[in-house]
Design a protein around this ligand. Structure first.
Ligand code: GLA
Length: 740
């Protein structure tokens, strides 16, 4: 047996059960099970088992992660992988749960620290554990120094999604600097056929799904921007060769953090795969005084044997039932109107009143005034920071417009960008030191604005006061909370140099605190997370916001791709999509109003068009489609999503299906990019229906092939499918099946 096989065998033995030193019987789902003698910990939930244990050296090692094991399966205590050679020492090829940087560790550490005497060696060993409810808490400590780490594990009983996080505590008499901290390391045993999926993008081009084989070396996806970022999103999925949309194993997870983050997926030199997710170590340094602690963000990780579709349905359910405000019972997203693409900064009382009346006439439920209503805000160059109603544009304040919207049966919402300031603002003139900056150095502007240092108490207090006043004095139901630039010159000169890099954590902590406090004071407020489109979508912000703006790109075809990528990680329940004007401002593409509606109706519907330019036919069509949307809304927003035909890879056709949780309704959206060559119309086979139920078919828009039955069993619609008639360019159809 060569070294490689040895490594493979020892991992298989420890991961998959081998000879038991313990027996776990009578596992109650989602209740952690602990073998006290062998120190093996097991979590079961949904169709998933996760297990880890203490190895003979006292280090925590992964035992198993995948489809549910039998309660009777006996899991051995883990053993370290032996040295492969003097170049692959045991410590660097053993699948640890939370490796400290120390010894010969050359793979990604979960924790790296510097001590005042220059030592940078950490050796974390098991101390004790506690089980309470669905949670396992394991405490580790360095072999000789007073660095204590608490690891938290809990698994959702319904979905098997595991949540992991870590807290580091300095119990020494001097400072300790944390150079790197992750929520967790996740390990999968050797295989030569892993593939990684992740999401990348840019402004107006978010959520592009990338896939690549996992080979020796690391793939690092990250944001160094102080915010989640468009460029990469903190979600990953790992599959095996042969995994498809609806079959095969997929391990997936996402980091709940809205600042700079990093996920490293590496395959060590012996083929072990590990994913490490946490604060981005780039420019990171967090000094803990004696007695202080630092918590990592949480990483939420799941597994499905039902392909990418199964994985995303599980994760959507987890977000709806465990993460979002109001979970597990979410309020349906109201159909909103937003003024941005119609008027940009030129908002005023009279103009918005006209738009509000027109919006109400088509069935809009929430009217939102975007940028331009405050301070000296006539373009991007002034006003940010001055959260006072602009008296020229709204001489009577917002009250008359809000009243008009309310009288028309709509809630009122407002755009804010609290974390930013224009140098041309009263706030900046009064407090130029409130921005993130280095003294004596340039302050790089982007979109004419600077980033306020929300880590500062004065900034936090100012924003809480300004927003609280706004919400207290106006009947505002909704805030669109924007963040339009990445950080630069990340200094915090008001604190000592050794404290300054706390900014990366303290800023985001205060952002979360601010959102939580506003929600506490105004329990009926709903909030949208926006950052120049989809630059701040993650499970951290999602716990405090009700919906997200996915992209400034509202072109309905580009959106099919963006929404497809988005849906791999995040739920349609929060995915806002607007119908805007054609030609679209992003790419000048011209599409029909129906096509624009059907693209946006796959998520949470909004309208962002200039209604002053609409014809009476447009109003009629919009009214009819919005009414139809309200009937299918629970299914689309909170049902199970099946990506039947992907728009990726230049596919001319695409289709999604949403099936209500009770299986009584299904909504099929089908799109054609461009037809040609007298292409035949394919059948689209549905999924997720109850085969025994009868479903009637009706069209929201478009048509199906002649002789399509208007009533058939779930088995028929899944077996035979539906031929949707689509011809021409940028065509769409929407079909509803209702159980009898
Ligand atoms: C960002 C948002 C847009 C709009 C503008 C307003 O770009 O993504 O939707 O709100 O800001 O300035």
């Amino acid at each position: 047996m060569n070294n490689f096989d040895q490594r493979r065998r020892s991992i298989c033995v420890s991961l998959l059960g081998g000879l038991a030193s313990m027996a776990i019987t009578g596992v109650v789902k989602a209740k952690p099970t602990v073998d006290e003698a062998a120190k093996v910990f097991r979590l079961d939930g949904g169709a998933v088992t996760y297990a880890f244990g203490v190895n003979p050296d006292g280090r925590l090692q992964t035992v198993y992660w995948g489809s549910s094991l039998s309660p009777a399966d006996q899991l051995s205590a883990p053993v370290p992988v032996p040295d492969n050679s003097s170049n692959e020492m045991s410590i660097t090829v053993t699948p640890f749960e939370f490796p400290g940087f120390g010894g010969g560790l050359t793979v990604e550490p979960a924790l790296k620290v510097t001590f005042p005497d220059g030592v940078r060696d950490l050796d974390l060993r098991y101390v004790d554990h506690q089980v309470s409810g669905d949670r396992i808490v394991v405490r580790l400590k360095d072999v000789s120094r007073a660095v204590h780490v608490t690891l938290n594990y809990s698994m959702d009983a319904a979905t098997g999604v595991l949540s992991r996080s870590a807290v580091v505590e300095n119990r020494s008499a001097d400072w300790i600097q944390i150079d790197q901290l992750a929520a967790a390391s996740f390990n999968l045993p050797y295989s030569d056929d892993y593939q990684l999926s992740y999401l990348t993008g840019r402004w107006a081009g978010e959520f592009a799904l990338q896939t690549r084989p996992i080979t020796p070396g690391a793939t690092v996806i990250e944001s160094r921007k102080g915010v989640t970022s468009h460029q990469a999103n903190p979600w990953i999925a790992v599959n095996r060769r042969g995994t498809e949309e609806e079959s095969g194993p997929v391990w997936f997870g996402a980091l709940a953090w809205s600042g700079s983050w990093r996920i490293s997926v590496d395959m060590d030199s012996l083929g072990g795969l590990r994913a490490t997710a946490g604060y981005n170590p780039f420019d990171f340094a967090y000094r803990l005084k004696p007695g202080e602690r630092l918590a990592s963000p949480a990483f939420h990780a799941g597994f499905s044997n039902e392909g990418f579709g199964g994985a995303s349905r599980l994760f959507h359910r987890y977000q709806r039932t465990r993460i979002l405000p109001g979970a597990p019972t979410l309020r349906p997203r109201p159909v909103l109107y937003n003024s941005w693409e119609a008027t940009e900064f030129a908002v005023d009382e009279a103009g918005q009143m006209v738009l509000a009346e027109k919006a109400a006439s088509i069935g809009v439920e929430r009217f939102v005034v975007d940028d331009g209503w405050f301070g000296a805000r006539n373009d991007s160059r002034a006003g940010l920071g001055d959260w006072f109603v602009n008296a020229k544009k709204f001489p009577n304040g917002l009250a008359p417009l809000i009243k008009r919207a309310n009288d028309l049966g709509m809630e009122f919402g407002l755009w804010v960008e609290p974390e930013m300031v224009n140098p041309n603002s009263d706030l900046y003139r009064a407090h130029p030191d409130w921005v993130i900056h280095f003294p004596g150095r340039a302050r790089s502007e982007a979109r004419d604005q600077l980033v306020l240092n929300l880590a500062r108490k004065e900034v936090y207090d100012y924003l809480l006061h300004a927003l609280d006043r706004l919400l207290t004095s106006n009947n505002i139901a909704f805030l669109k909370w924007d963040h339009n630039r990445a950080w630069s010159e990340p200094g915090w000169p008001a604190v000592a140099p050794a404290e300054q890099q706390r900014l990366y954590v303290a800023y985001v902590d205060n952002l979360y605190k601010l959102l939580a406090e506003l929600r506490r004071r105004h329990p009926h407020i709903e909030i949208e997370s926006c950052a120049s489109g989809g630059g701040r979508v993650d499970l951290g912000i999602m716990a405090l916001t009700d919906q997200v703006w996915v992209s400034d790109n509202t072109d309905p075809y580009d959106r099919l791709l963006i929404q497809d990528g988005f849906s791999h990680a995040y739920a349609p329940a929060i995915m806002m999509a607007w119908v805007t004007d054609a030609p679209n401002f992003v790419n000048q593409r011209v599409t029909s109003l129906e096509y624009r509606f059907l693209s946006a109706m796959q998520g949470s519907l909004g309208v962002g068009a200039n209604l002053n330019h609409w014809s009476s036919d447009d109003f009629t069509k919009a009214k009819q489609l919005i009414a139809a949307y309200k009937v299918i809304r629970p299914t689309v927003q909170q049902g199970n999503l099946y990506r039947l035909v992907s728009p990726r890879g230049g596919s001319a056709r695409s289709a999604t299906l949403s099936v209500a949780q009770d299986g009584n309704q299904a909504v099929l959206f089908a799109f054609l990019h461009s037809g040609g060559m007298r292409d035949a119309q394919p059948y689209i086979q549905l999924r997720g229906l109850d085969p025994a139920k009868e479903y009637t078919l009706r069209m929201i828009s478009g048509s199906v092939a002649p002789k399509t039955p208007n009533k058939a069993s779930g088995a028929y619609w899944m077996g035979q499918g539906i031929k949707v008639s689509l011809e021409g360019d940028f065509q769409a159809a929407a079909v509803v099946l209702d159980a009898l």
